[in-house]
Design a binder for this molecule. Structure first.
Ligand code: S3P
Length: 444
């Protein structure tokens, strides 16, 4: 059992094996990135924000809990709904206890930005996995804005944020493409004197920018660029959270690789900074049709109809990497079952996600007979057949779900260890997967 699963008490495992073709239609839970931001901006706004489609995951609930502890009243009138009673930019109240971000890198990094501008001190902690994730990428530029944030050795959490600092806007070019770092700087920028300008090496998801605009904050942004200045007011507005493309991704791959499948995924968020996997799967020969494209809550959404199709290996275009950064575990599975060789490059960030996703996927898929060579920033995968075996998710939600997809094409049973963290992003995954035809159940 890994340290991460120890945080959740009992370790949990799944047994997954080849099921039926995936059929019918389903709607995956709300987008994690949008849910985090809706609670954060709602809390810092003046007025009452109603969030619908909120992800009832451990990560996003941890963020809501942090704001409740800082004095924000958040009601849950029904599942996936939140009413956030905003306290305004300067209305949070500090507490003399650490604030727990759970497993959520997004929660911790964005909070670091928002809390750097407060009058009070705060301490952000996380679970075993989050406690190993690099935080200098946010603390260094925030320090350049005048913040003072102490970390553990090596730039690791906890983050001890000193309040009462006067922040000044900076112009900053991110060394790595990261929506979390960009967002942390923009949130600190709300509290800063002057302009905060962020340039990105590759454009990343722009939910913070879009949502700030929706909350009435003047902001100038385009792919790879964002600029705002401090001293304005956030005004509450309702937020409709689209279904999470990253959660739909597992079903896109599963239905693509299981013969006889035809599945409809409803109202999936189609922000172009998130849909890189769709492009990659299509290059591999996948049959995925976007139906009824529309806008919901200011975000593009579509129903995705996916039918089984034989996949072939590809060189994943490096330009797609930031737009599919959370989908590589699923892509590794698709590539392992495709005909021929796939090459992934330029994805070193995968090594500092909830687990080292290159190593965890390569080790697990190899245990099922896949031929994968790890490289520092990606992998070379020769597709073929998979057999049963035992794999370890290392407490990483997306790895656990990806292995359950691989099992749908394995010749024997796959035991998947350390799956409890699936609840961070996709509560109810097993039930939806079973409804679609997959075979995945809790191990005894
Ligand atoms: C996220 C940004 C990405 C992504 C994460 C969510 C966000 O992280 O991997 O799941 O909501 O801003 P990085 O900023 O580290 O690339």
């Amino acid at each position: 059992m890994s340290a991460a699963s120890a945080d959740h008490g009992a370790a949990q495992a799944w047994i997954a094996s080849a099921g039926m073709p995936l059929r019918g239609s389903l709607r995956v839970p709300g987008d994690k990135s949008v849910s985090h931001r809706a609670v954060m901006l709602g809390a810092l706004a003046q007025g009452v924000t109603r969030v619908t489609g909120f992800l009832e995951g451990e990560d996003t609930r941890a963020t809501a809990r942090v704001f409740e502890r800082l004095g924000v009243r958040i009601e849950t009138p029904s599942a996936s709904e939140r009413i956030v009673h905003g306290v305004g930019l300067h209305g949070l109240r500090g507490i003399d206890a650490p604030l727990d971000c759970g497993n959520a890198g997004t929660g911790m990094r964005l909070l670091a930005g928002a809390l750097a501008g407060q009058a009070f001190d705060s301490v952000l902690i996380g679970d075993a996995s989050l406690s190993k994730r690099p935080m200098r990428r946010v603390t260094e530029p925030l320090a350049a804005m005048g913040a003072r944030i102490d970390t553990d050795e090596g730039g690791l959490p906890p983050l001890r944020i000193h309040g009462g600092r006067a922040l000044t806007g900076i112009e900053y070019t991110l060394p790595v493409a990261s929506a979390q770092v960009k967002s942390a700087l923009l949130l600190a920028g709300l509290y800063a004197r002057g302009e905060t300008v962020v340039h990105e090496p590759h454009p990343t998801r722009d939910y913070t920018e879009r949502m700030l605009a929706a909350f009435g904050w003047p902001i100038d942004f385009s792919p790879g660029y964002a600029r705002l200045s401090g001293g304005h007011t956030l005004r509450a507005t309702d937020v409709a959270v689209p279904a999470d493309f990253s959660s739909a991704a597992f079903f896109l791959v599963a239905a693509s690789v299981v013969p006889g499948s035809e599945l409809l995924l409803e109202a999936v968020g189609m922000n172009p900074r998130r849909t890189g996997l769709l492009a990659a799967l299509r290059l591999m020969g996948a049959n995925i049709v976007e139906e009824n494209p529309r806008a919901e809550g200011g975000e593009p959404v579509a129903d995705l109809r996916v039918r089984h199709a034989p996949l072939h290996g590809i060189e994943v275009p490096e330009a797609l990497v930031p737009d599919m950064i959370d989908e590589f575990p699923a892509l590794f599975v698709a590539a392992s079952l495709a005909q021929g060789r796939s090459v992934i490059r330029g994805a070193a960030e995968l090594r500092v996600k909830e687990s080292d996703r290159i190593a965890t996927m390569a080790t697990g898929l190899r245990a099922l007979g896949a031929r994968i060579e790890e490289t520092p920033d990606g992998a070379i995968i020769d597709g073929g057949a998979l057999h049963g075996g035992e794999v370890d998710s290392h407490g990483d939600h997306r790895i656990a779900m990806s292995f359950s997809i691989a099992a749908q094409r394995a010749s024997g049973e796959v035991r998947i260890g350390d799956v409890a963290n699936v609840a961070t992003s996709f509560p109810g995954f097993e039930a939806l997967a079973a409804q679609a035809g997959m075979r995945v159940r809790a191990a005894e």
